[in-house]
Design a protein around this ligand. Sequence first.
Ligand code: HEM
Length: 433
Amino acid sequence: MVNPRLPSVPNTGAISGILEGFSFLGNPAFAKKRFEKHGNIFETSLFGQPMVFVQGSQAISDLLSNPNAIDGWWPRSVQQLLGSHSLANRNGAAHKARRRAVAQLFSASALQDYSPGIIKMVEDLAEELKCATRPIPLAERMRCFAFSVIASSVLGLEGTDRDELFLDFEIWTKALFSIPIALPGSPFAKALKARNRLLMRLQKLLSQSGNFNGGLDLLSRSSDEAGIPLTDEDIVEQLLLLLFAGYETTASALSCLMRELLVNPSVERWLRDELDQLYWPPDPQSSSHAYDQSNAPRLNAVVNEVMRLTPPVGGFFRRTKLPVVIDGILVPENRVVQVALISSNRHGIGDLDTFRPQRHIDNDCPVKLIPFGDGERVCLGKSLAELEIRLMVVGLFRKVRLALTPNQDLSLRQLPSPIPRDGLLVEVDEKYP
Ligand code: HEM
């Protein structure tokens, strides 16, 4: 029983939430400033949506360790663009059944099967960079890579099917965290149209899915919570979710990682000393775990530090079904709560605004990192994303040394995931066999 006399959530006083909403979209320090004023939990309104923000290990654990009192939740723009069948928008048994179906695509043996395809993509990119006669926007290549991994290796799509999906996907993702009003010509209206085209394409592919070996077939044999086969409409919305979740986030992690190494040459040298000792390509029998923490601790530390400083998902959400006590404060039922990773990851004593991977080797990171979320909704693609990132870093760095093209804007655009504004233009400085 929750004590009703506990203090209530400090409030910013925002009513319409228009100014707060624009400030949230435009200012990466939005939550940090309010946490400094109100403590580790506060409530505000974003475009009319009341929202409680939490930061810090205690508050986050108080929230997520109460699975019976919380549901998943995403902003209305995401809800509409992902669709009502999407497991991201479902709760309870319907959510669990779809998670089970989708999780088959990320088992240890599935990851082992995907590895040769991913290694080939890394090799192809290294060759392209070696032959390039002008600067290459690396962030865009990371997007294509992450999209191809999920579309080709995981779902089994090829050629024009994949390329056409990619074009609509770029339109669709741009509006994921926009204002969900479909004014003609607005990003949201364009995204809704792109969503319809994507669904039609995926539906068409599904009707021919006997021709595929990948995840399309696996999913089409899955069933819902009552053991009834999932409808095509249901499956295509899970596919849409996977394509979205699988590429924007991973591409961001890769682009931010490359950016940090390129602007911090001493860290790059430190990492290269380790990478030079590793085999590339990895032994086919162990390629899915060849570069994990035990074999590549520095690489692991670099990945953790990038996820800490520039988390690809800046915040994720829950809705309270029952009152929950968070950090000694009573959050009533029916409140949307945002776990604010960006500020949480820099909250504490020490040089937490600095990129310093060594802190993870020295066990000197005061923050509990949860870039993939936690609890019953923890990211389904975590192992795949980590595998992609490790293979890309080892493979690329063993083949080329990159240098930044001068006079570009290296600052990050924040939504939907951080990405360097000018696309991270690079040239090859040195080539290796
Ligand atoms: C660096 C890359 C990635 C990051 C940082 C990331 C992060 C996240 C986060 C924070 C959540 C919300 C978790 C929660 O609510 O507790 C999530 C959910 C999810 N992610 Fe990822 N993700 C990444 C890559 C991927 C990939 C590659 C896939 C699949 C291809 C994927 C599939 C999903 C799915 C299906 C969910 C929804 C889970 C649910 O609601 O039950 N993610 N991810």
